[in-house]
Ligand binder design. Sequence first.
Ligand code: FNR
Length: 419
Amino acid sequence: MAATTTIEDARAQSSAGALGAAPVAGAVPVQTGKDTRGLLSLNDFDRAGRRFLPRMLYGFVAGGAETEAALRGNQASFGSCSLVPRVLVDTSGRSQATTLFGHRYAAPFGIAPMGVTALCAYRGDLALAQAAAAVNIPMVLSASSLIPLEQVWQAGARWFQAYLPGDLPRIAALVDRVADAGFETLVLTVDIPVPANRENNVRNGFSVPLEPTFRLAWDGITHPSWLFGTALRTVLRHGMPHFENMDAGRGPPILARDVVRAVGPRDRLTWEHLAAIRRRWRGSLVVKGILSSSDAALARNAGVDGIIVSNHGGRQLDYAISPLRVLPAIVEQAKGVAVMIDGGVRRGTDVLKALALGAEFVFVGRPFLFAAAIGGDTLVRHAAGLLSQEIDRDMALMGVPDLASLASQHIASSTVSLS
Ligand code: FNR
């Protein structure tokens, strides 16, 4: 009798699920309400972001370098990788909770570092940090952020990403500031020795420093929700935004002519600087922007705790190989080091593909920034909930009760080169 009831319950649930009436639970709850209508997956945030943001800002966020081959390649790499599910596995107790650097997170993904988010979203870094803390996933605060890192720490951020020049005194001063603020994980991004060639920014009139032009003004006027709700509200309440976290002291305002000079010579940064950072920084140290297995080995030898395999979301070197394609080779070299990946992750299936190929964790960029721009921390939580819900559903469909059981047997070897 009990067995019959269970089967009928299961049937009722599954038919309700098939109609979309009873979505499966993710570890991160999905927000509901009129603001979330139509936002059913991370890709929907791109479309909504395009409507909400001025053209120049949408282009800055969504775009990549030069021909955008690297950007397209990221999504294509996930698209061409096929999954091999196992069946008749009891996954009823499945969990996506993931431990990284001693912290138990609700899900195996976090928010990638993104610069000047407070131009796109009102108090963007705070919205992202609050949402991430609320749902227990990591958010990485960018060096190019416009809110002092100490305030973003108060809002819950524990990971800080640095852009550093090859200049030891400046490195030491910033590392000490980040440590004093209480951050636990330092991410050094190493794929930006020079600024990228992003032609869409030039075409749309977006530059750093921002040049006040008629075109820029028109772009703002035609996007009044952003103009009043983000731009003017920011300037009226908090003054002209500055680059707050490039160095130990406050950086120049976004309209300053000397912004680029203030950044310093990043093309002098070398493995020796990384070794110096390792000696000074006591928390977890992560290098972001590794694509070569030889560099993964050097990073491991330098004593880092983690590597983020990344081509910067296709925003730096065009034609840079997609992280997913080099992941297996890097995992092999990085023994003992946590391997993470970002670039083009939009679906629960993308997350499972990356984990099956050896990643411990993934990061997602653009969709979270669009979410923060349109609806602040509520929509960021909604975006995280959607991805978490997909992961949960996909784990059951793949026959994996926990993420540790994902392995290369779950990937069709004809679709990806497994080392
Ligand atoms: C970035 N990214 C980035 N990375 C970094 O290390 N420091 C930074 O300041 C920024 N800034 C930044 C701004 C914007 C608007 C975007 C979209 C991206 C790259 C980011 O951390 C990540 O590598 C990619 O965004 C991942 O790709 P997806 O998920 O956006 O496809």
